[in-house]
Design a protein around this ligand. Structure first.
Ligand code: B16
Ligand code: MG
Length: 220
């Protein structure tokens, strides 16, 4: 990894970065899309990652060539979340993705500030289920922003609350919308996942296991 400036804070995305809840969002949306006679593919789902609940439904409606009145739109949002909450009932601390706990401990030991920047309105519940709430000095989630990713608001708010200039913040993301949000905020954007699905990131790693202490030391 090329030499980089030392960063002072780390902003974590949640779904797909800390825990594999991205698969549950996919299953819940697939069920809704089927009601519009549309088969939601994994490629379609890639475009929904990091995108807010209502923006996701708008995109699915566009894919399916359908439109809804406001009441039905809200009912589908409610139904999607109801199904999603059932899926995540079983989430527990063993579900933290490999390498994430090591990174959180590394950052804590090195006095690097840690924040969450998630589009999800369910972020707090999931952090509690994973028993990692105490690592996060600030949690910015779908309940506290006006603009969803790729708008940088979620990360800018996080850096502001942590008192760190955006250029000294690292963002860990699994979605293209989130990478664009981090870049738009002037932060270092680290993509987690397959390199081919991303553009405009600063670095890409397959997962947190690849971010060992030596790599973390280069960043922080
Ligand atoms: P909710 P992240 C995002 O979380 C998910 O990637 C995205 O699929 C989901 O639609 C969005 O949260 C809203 O989630 O319905 O729980 O409010 O990746 O930004 O942590
Ligand atoms: Mg995500």
């Amino acid at each position: 990894m090329k030499k980089t400036k030392k960063h002072l804070c780390a902003l974590f995305d949640l779904d797909g970065v800390i825990v594999d809840t991205a698969k549950y969002h996919y299953l819940a949306w697939k069920k809704i899309a089927a009601e519009f006679d549309y088969e939601l593919t994994e490629a379609d789902n890639e475009q929904l990652k990091g995108v807010s609940r209502s923006d996701s439904l708008n995109r699915i409606l566009e894919m399916a060539g359908k439109s809804l009145d406001e009441d039905s739109f809200n009912q589908f949002l409610h139904q999607k979340n109801k199904d999603y909450l059932i899926f995540i009932q079983e989430v527990k601390k063993d579900n933290i993705l490999p390498g994430v706990k090591h990174a959180l401990d590394f950052l804590k030991e090195n006095k690097i500030k840690i924040g969450l920047g998630s589009a999800s309105k369910n972020a707090q519940i999931i952090l509690e289920k994973l028993e990692i709430t105490s690592y996060f000095e600030t949690v910015v989630d779908g309940n506290s922003v006006q603009n969803g990713k790729p708008h940088p608001e979620v990360f800018l708010k996080g850096s502001q609350l942590l008192g760190v200039d955006p250029e000294y913040c690292v963002v860990f993301e699994d979605s293209q919308a989130g990478i664009h949000a981090a870049q738009a905020g002037g932060m270092t954007a680290i993509a987690l996942g397959e390199e081919k699905v991303f553009s405009d990131m600063d670095y890409c790693f397959p997962n947190f296991e690849a971010l060992d202490s030596a790599t973390l030391k280069t960043l922080f």
